[in-house]
Design a protein. Sequence first.
Length: 201
Amino acid sequence: MRRLLLTLLATMVLLVPAAAASAAGRTPVDPSIMQPALNPAFTWTCWRMDDKTMCDGEHHDSWTASDIGVPCAGGTIYSTGTQDQSLRRWGDADGLALHTHGTGAISETLALNPEMTGTTARLSAHFSQRFLYGVPGDASTRVEVVSGNDITVVVPGTGLVIHDVGVKAFDIEGNLLFAHGQHEALDFEAAFAKVCDALQG
């Protein structure tokens, strides 16, 4: 037992300098060096480690009785909800973007009045994002890949109204490159026309 304890202590002594060296190699850098520029809606922390530059970003938002901007014969569709996203971007030593990975979650209540009374719909989303750069730092070569539950809308008494789930990819102009799975929300207005109908009962 004594030999085992001595071995463990020796291992810990060896690990502490290694961890300290790793922390020492993480040098803070100004987020403004990143190209293309980081999303200003996020709060960013950036650092350089070895030959890479890395940034972590977070964005948290909430809103009340916001018009979603989709035509509805029954009136304005209002949304009250929250959104939480996190991203990590990897860049080269000069801050030129290589790729970004992140996750997001959205929770909303939809209704035909700003008091959010009467028939309501529940929208949820839990998804991951990847941004891939064909040429480091060149936004024109960026591809966005979204996977997971992009949008699910349920209305009590009606059931599932929208279910957009799977994998899809877009270029920098928002053009669809590919889609695998069920993607009703690619035609956003047509999908939310069904929500409009369900909210009217």
